[in-house]
Design a binder for this molecule. Sequence first.
Ligand code: SF4
Length: 417
Amino acid sequence: MNQKIKEKSDYCLNCKIKPCANKGCPLNNDIPEFIKQIKEGNYERAYDILTNTTVLQAVCGRICPHKKQCQGVCVRGIKGDPVSIGDLEAFVGDYAIQNHLKIKKEEQKEFLDKKVAIVGGGPSGLTCAAFLAKKGIKVTIYERYDFLGGLLVYGIPEFRLSKDIVRDTIQKILDLGVEVKYHQKLGDNLKLEELIKQYDYIYLAFGANVPSKMGIEGENLEGVYGGNELLEFKNHPNYQGKTVLVNGGGNVAIDTARTIKRLGAKKVSIVYRRAKEQMPAEEKEVQDAEKEGIEILFQHNIVKINGNKKVENVELIQTKLVQKEGEKRLVPVNIEGSNYTLNTDYVVMALGSKPDEFVKELGLELTAKNYIKIDENYRTSNPKVFAGGDVVGTIGTVAWAARNGRNVAEEIIKIAK
Ligand code: SF4
């Protein structure tokens, strides 16, 4: 056995109460049990245990914010370092890829005539597809691009997640017999009414792809971009010799800043209105960004973007953090008089995203913020149609999107009997 993996798995206490699995992991992966199997050299069994709850082992093992999830509640972490759960999960995922292990099917006769359409081939749609296909349900994914993976492909840079790993992980899901139709865009050449006629159930998991804005002066100037839009469509300007300000504190902000630095920008700074410990981005990613020379202006806010047609500078203000009634987190409040101006060539808004306008035309009930409205079982206002992931405005991590997909599959399996 790989010595490092041996040391990492031996370090796990295989706790009976499993805080890592029950409290930390969004997918409730049976962490102590899969690690126990690694200790005993049963890698295939470790993979089977993980596939009970996830089909994205090699992906989540690499990109989940482990310190905020499973490793953050690991018993070993109370007095020292937590178990390297992410590395161990990635090891099992990689082993499965290298050794051509398959996701096991558990076909049941009563499901063989059921058909489900999934709109969107990102982590949520793929996970839903896998858990349905395992049971023998016929699944068709409608994908707007000519590749699957969604933000795993275009939203997470290669230096954090290799495209080969994504491709090989997805292949295992397709091997379950999932059909894919590419270049299918809802609101364009794909109609929800048609899917409702053809399928027993539909799962909408096409994400939210329009970058959110701050609503400040100057946001429409040339040189202001959305973080997702740069990563997804790769329509980067020429950064050679330029300074760039990225606004946001999540992984998209960090990934965008690191990508722009690699593309040759002279200086890249991140503006985040809260403190370092409140940053939603994974701690390791933040450290790596700082090591690469990206400056992070904590407790700063952008007030205004100045320029004549093009961005010339931004007005920044410092913030203090205060406790407000009814708010769980400390709230940033601008410090009056602390404004100053910083010259910059480009501003990137990496503040999350919202659904496309076409969701309004789907005939489904929406929330006040134009996300698709669902009940506690992920059902939309049409009982045949489910929705999950970013399009319903839930927590935007890959593992949570995958959990939504699995939950929807379990719900469909329950009602399709
Ligand atoms: S909490 Fe940590 S030590 Fe305990 S089972 Fe989970 S990974 Fe192992």
